[in-house]
Ligand binder design. Sequence first.
Ligand code: CTP
Length: 489
Amino acid sequence: MASITIRNLDESTKQALRERAAQNGRSMEEEARLLLAELEQGSPGLTAGIVEHKSTDYPAIPVAAAGSSSEPPIAGFPAAGKCVLLIISGGIAAYKSLDLIRRLRERGVHVRAVMTAAAQQFITPLSVGALTADKVFTDLFDREDEQDVGHIRLARNCDLIVVAPATADLMAKMANGLANDLASTVLLATNRPVLIAPAMNPAMWSHRATRRNAETLRRDGIHFIGPMAGEMAESGEAGEGRMAEPMQIVERIGELLDTRPKPLRGKRAIVTSGPTHEPIDPVRYIANRSSGKQGHAIAAALAELGAEVILVSGPVSIPDPRDCEVVRVESAREMQRMVEAALPADIAVMVAAVADWRSKGEATEKMKKEGGKGPSHLELTENPDILKGLGHHKQRPGLLIGFAAETEKIVEHAQAKLERKKADWIVANDVSPDSGIGDAGGVMGGDRNRVRILSRDGVEEWPELTKKQVAERLAARICDHLAATTTIA
Ligand code: CTP
């Protein structure tokens, strides 16, 4: 059997072996033995995870950037292909930075790490290096790296520096321009944006000295994420000081490094979403099955393209979309008031499943059964039509889009709504539970949709897509329309 001496391997091969071994939970010797055995049996696939690294150059994204050679990177992350220098300082939250590295690499981000001496008391450079698949930098006076002033290259050869966790000590050094170790020197030497995720005991976070330092750093243009409120690792301690979760940090990194064009910048959009609840008495209401998923996805897609979005939403149980101003309402009348208060707008997309009727004369006390009989009927009255109101409004939005929830004669009914409500487009969908769209239950509450876009130019049929894809395609269509109809003075 062939043999190798690990000590004699060059640094990059050693690093790759270390990474494979850590991923497979084996020692480097065991991993090397298995590799050699497999090679002798002629199985080239095993070496696929060994990638070339040059520790001193800024590396290209390694082949195994997805974290494991079998998983493709998660597509569409705005910071994919970018380089993040992660500085890990010494706090209990340092273990979360391992997950942060994994999640960034899954998204195609290249991560290099610097660890302070204190950080190495919590996690090891070995585990950090195995996850970054790169050399971990720990020493300002490293003879190999500093022969050509490596800390300056480290500070500049990246798109963003992220400090997670950022301890009170490192924040104090940053605020005062101290540079007595590699982390603080890199932070002083950099000309790149810096994001910090503070993590410390709540008493330390609220201390006047830390408040002062945080204020200075904000003024210096340092970006913050967190700290969050919650339980501390120390038993019985709670308050503000927890490091933001890795996925929250990932999202912020995505925002900071997003250089995609924002064609809707400067445009204002109003979106309605969700159902409305129409009170019958203090405890009962009329509602429908709308989840808000499609409306929220459209608000998010418009915001993603740079629009200022006001989302007027009925009661839903899904999270608010990012970068939108969310106005929460209950009833149709409230929704109408808030939509009209948000005018003027360039774009309005009315996605809400507004209840057509409400109870006439809402009871102020809970309605009683009255000896088992109960009320024989509920008197209803029609709600205002918000879309139609906008269509005829003196501040009518430049592009007015409605939805049509139909269960039969879809195009015919949607066409009538286009005319009656003076909309520019109607997005028609089949909301019958047996439409065959998505999983059982159909469009309402589900994650998929199949729509037709009706305008005065005709009907466009879209295939079945996720609601997010429908939203992105609709936002792109809105951009194209605005670009085509904007006159340049
Ligand atoms: N809409 C509205 N206000 C209402 C009712 C509907 O703004 N009171 C809007 C919806 O947000 C959607 C469009 O009008 O953009 C069509 O809604 P839909 O429920 O399909 O139609 P309705 O007008 O309610 O007609 P019908 O229930 O008879 O189909």
